[in-house]
Write a new protein. Structure first.
Length: 377
C-alpha cells in the first residue's frame, strides 16, 4: 500500500489463532513488512531510483508478493472451514478495520495538526481533513492532508501504505465464488482467475480504468499473487499427491531467474505461481526460533500501517539523513507503535473474531466435511 505510482506494498494477510501454527508465516510477514519499509525509504528520502531490484521487482513489491501469496492461501483456507458469509465477512473486517481506523484518526487528528503549515483552526475546518478520514476508513485511499508535508522529497503523501487495502478486500470478496464450483474443478477455476488477472495486469497503464481510487492494472498485479496462493491451497485440497517440496521450490526459483533473463515478458506468469510456492514452502515449514517470531505479538500489520507516516515524520523532523540512520529511527518508532497496536487494538479484535468463528463453526460443523490439509515436505 503506497502512494507510489505502481503497486509497491500491501498489508500482511490476516491469520487467525487456529491458522497460526508452529510455522514460519509470522516471520515471513515481518520480513515482508520490513521490505516495504526499506523500499519506501528510498522514495521518501528522494532516492526512488536507487531502490534495489530483484528479478525485475523493487524491494517493496517483493513485500507485496509475500503478503498476497500468504493471504491467498490462508483466506482460501478460512473460507474452506467456515462457509458462512456473515462470519467470514466479520472476521475479515475485524482484522482490517480496527487498527486502520486508529492509524487514520491518529494521523489526521494528532500528527496532522502538529505538522501542518496551516493554522490549527483552518486545518480542522478544511474539508480535506474530514475527507482524508472518511475516505481512508472506507478504503477509498486519499493521500494528502491540508498543509501536511507539502515540501518533503515525496510531497503530500501522508500514508501511502493504505492503497492496497481495498485491493486485498476485493480478494476476500472473490474467494467464496470459487467454492460455487464442485471441489474437483476449483483448482481449474482458480487457474482461470489467475489467467484473467494476469491479462488485466498487462494492459497498458493509460488504457486501464480506475475503480475506487485504484488503477485496475495495478490491482491486478497484486491479485495475481493472491490467486497463486489460492490456487496452491485448492490444489492441495484436491490432489492427494500435492506437496510443498524444498527441491521444487529451489528449481522454481531458478526457472524464475532464467525467465527474467531470456523472456521477461513472461515474468508475471511464472512469478505468480513460483513465488507463492516458494513463500508457502518456507512458511509452512517450522524453523527453530524463527517460528517463534510472534511470541511477543504479531506486529507485521501494525508495522505496515504505521511505517509510512512515521517515515515522513522522521524526514520532516530530522531532515534527509543517511539511509541507515533513517531506518534505525523509523523501525524503532514504528515497532513501538506496532506493539501498541497489537496489544491494545488488534489482539482484542482478533479474540472477538476468533470467538465468532468458533461459535459459528460449532453450529455448522455437521453440514460441512473438513477438507484435507496440504502437506509441506
Amino acid at each position: 500500500m503506497s502512494a507510489l505510482p505502481a503497486p509497491t506494498s500491501a498489508h500482511p494477510g490476516p491469520v487467525t489463532a487456529a491458522e497460526r501454527r508452529s510455522n514460519n508465516f509470522d516471520a515471513l510477514r515481518l520480513i515482508g513488512a520490513l521490505l516495504v519499509v526499506l523500499g519506501h525509504g528510498y522514495a521518501l528520502l528522494g532516492r526512488q531510483g536507487d531502490v534495489p531490484v530483484v528479478l525485475g521487482y523493487q524491494l517493496q513489491t517483493i513485500g507485496v508478493m509475500i503478503f498476497f501469496a500468504i493471504s491467498g492461501y490462508l483466506i482460501t483456507a478460512s473460507w474452506s472451514r467456515t462457509r458462512n458469509p456473515v462470519t467470514y465477512a466479520l472476521a475479515r473486517c475485524l482484522r482490517i478495520f480496527p487498527a486502520l481506523i486508529v492509524v487514520v484518526l491518529v494521523t489526521a487528528l494528532v500528527i496532522g495538526p502538529l505538522v501542518t503549515t496551516l493554522p490549527r483552526g483552518e486545518y480542522f475546518d478544511n474539508p480535506g481533513t474530514a475527507t482524508y478520514i472518511v475516505n481512508n476508513i472506507k478504503l477509498l485511499v486519499t493521500f494528502p492532508l491540508p498543509g501536511v508535508w507539502e515540501d518533503l522529497p515525496y510531497a503530500t503523501a501522508v500514508n501511502g501504505s493504505l492503497w492496497t487495502l481495498f485491493v486485498e478486500f476485493l480478494c476476500y470478496a472473490a474467494v467464496p465464488f470459487l467454492f460455487v464450483f464442485p471441489r474437483f474443478v476449483r483448482p481449474l477455476g482458480a487457474l482461470v482467475v489467475l489467467a484473467v488477472v494476469i491479462h488485466l495486469a498487462e494492459v497498458p497503464q493509460h488504457e486501464s480504468p480506475v475503480f475506487w481510487g485504484v488503477r485496475l492494472r495495478d490491482a491486478a498485479g497484486l491479485w495475481a499473487f493472491f490467486a497463486g496462493g489460492a490456487l496452491l491451497r485448492l490444489a492441495g485440497q484436491r490432489f492427494s499427491w500435492f506437496r510443498f517440496r524444498t527441491d521444487i521450490a529451489v528449481a522454481g526459483t531458478a526457472v524464475l531467474f532464467l525467465v527474467d533473463e531470456v523472456a521477461p515478458g513472461l515474468a508475471l506468469e511464472v512469478a505468480s505461481v513460483v513465488v507463492p510456492y516458494v513463500v508457502l514452502t518456507i512458511g509452512l515449514a517450522r524453523t527453530p526460533y524463527i517460528a517463534q517470531s510472534a511470541r511477543f505479538g504479531d506486529f507485521s500489520y501494525g508495522l505496515y500501517l504505521w511505517a509510512f507516516p512515521v517515515q515522513q515524520l522522521v524526514v520532516d523532523v530530522f531532515g534527509v539523513q543517511r539511509m541507515s540512520v533513517n531506518l534505525l529511527m523509523v523501525v524503532t518508532v514504528t515497532l513501538a507503535l506496532a506493539a501498541l497496536s497489537w496489544h491494545l487494538v488488534e489482539k482484542p479484535s482478533m479474540r472477538l473474531k476468533d470467538l465468532i468463528v468458533r461459535r459459528t463453526t460449532r453450529r455448522t460443523a455437521p453440514a460441512t466435511a473438513p477438507e484435507r490439509e496440504p502437506v509441506s515436505a
